[in-house]
Design a binder for this molecule. Structure first.
Ligand code: HEC
Ligand code: HEC
Length: 280
């Protein structure tokens, strides 16, 4: 009996110690999976640095924002509207997490309270990504699909367009990416390409992950596309059709025409040809 009591107390005392790290770990995992492409603790990425968010906002506010940021923004909440404007009206997608999972994520965020003003070390500047011409070329080839991805994922152009004279008109299923680099920066763009938070895009690469080199090259290409975008002519939806489709049709008609004339003169086949005409 004495023994059992001891074990009981031991369990009671150690339980929170055992459980909390596990909870925090789960929160961290959920955060990395669902938010990590856009949020990094301690640094601005696609979205804001969430350090100290639990000190600035109530849990209700954070929960509502995670569930549907647009609902909070459209309700006119001044802080939500301000942060949306600050981030160039970039959409934070609704998060498909259960209430329990959101609690775990918030639990994880609580571990990052605002640093005291006195010991706030200045953030170390990131070494800027270096892009070479070879990176840009590879990125463009991967984007349009003339070079296949190592793991055979879909080319970006099947869903996205980029306005660039070197590139044919792309898909309109998803956003135009011409200026995305300017809005998100290198880390943001690379984060989204490497681990997309958008379900439609993520599914495309779930079984065909891009390599680090491919992500780097695509980022280089998008940086370039953004930089030169002012000098590019926006293409109409019909232009490629006219050039490739229309031109192709004329060429095909010429080939058929030449071939057809040849056939008419071939006496051997004339009988067959005449029979065919009659039976029609
Ligand atoms: C696709 C990128 C993206 C993903 C994924 C994303 N966010 Fe965001 N988040 C943003 C952007 C951008 C903003 C800035 C507000 C805006 O533009 O709507 C933001 C703002 C926020 C804010 C408000 C910050 C403030 O200072 O007021 C919170 C809280 C937040 N995100 C939490 C999360 C959590 C938690 C997750 C994961 C469950 C997540 N976000 C996933 C892009 C993202
Ligand atoms: C199956 C379609 C699909 C494919 C393939 C795809 N994406 Fe996406 N992508 C999306 C969707 C959907 C979004 C969410 C934004 C939207 O609705 O346009 C998105 C968003 C993005 C964004 C963020 C845009 C923004 O302004 O918020 C970037 C950057 C991006 N994709 C890059 C790429 C790159 C690079 C490739 C090729 C490796 C690629 N995508 C392939 C569907 C796709």
């Amino acid at each position: 009996m004495q023994h059992l009591k001891k074990i009981f107390w031991l369990l009671l005392i150690t339980q929170p110690l055992v459980r909390n790290p596990a909870m925090a770990q789960e929160g961290e995992k959920l955060f990395k999976q669902n938010c990590g492409a856009c949020h990094l603790m301690g640094k601005r990425l696609v979205g804001p640095d969430l350090t100290g968010i639990t000190d600035r906002q109530t849990e209700e506010w954070i929960k509502a924002f995670i569930k549907s940021s647009q609902t909070v923004i459209k309700s006119g909440d001044p802080e939500a509207v301000a942060i949306f404007k600050e981030y160039n009206e970039l959409l934070m997608p609704d998060q498909n997490l259960s209430a329990g999972e959101i609690d775990q994520v918030i639990g994880y965020l609580k571990g990052f309270s605002a640093p005291a003003a006195t010991d706030a070390a200045p953030a170390e500047p990131e070494a800027p990504m270096e892009f070479t011409d070879a990176d840009r070329e590879l990125g463009q080839a991967l984007f349009v699909g003339s070079t296949r991805f190592a793991n055979k994922g879909a080319s970006c152009i099947s869903c996205h367009n980029v306005t660039n004279d070197q590139v044919m008109l792309g898909g309109h299923f998803a956003k135009d990416l011409t200026g995305v680099f300017g809005r998100m920066g290198a880390a943001g763009v690379a984060g989204i390409i490497g681990a997309s938070p958008f379900p439609a895009m993520a599914t495309s690469y779930a079984n065909a992950p891009l390599t680090e080199q491919e992500v780097h090259a695509l980022t280089a290409f998008l940086e370039h596309a953004d930089k030169v975008s002012a000098e590019q002519t926006a293409r109409s939806l019909y232009e490629p059709f006219v050039i490739y489709g229309g031109g192709g049709l004329i060429a095909l008609l010429l080939v058929i025409g030449v071939h057809w004339r040849g056939r008419m003169k071939q006496h051997v086949k004339r009988d067959i040809f005449a029979r065919q005409l009659r039976s029609n």
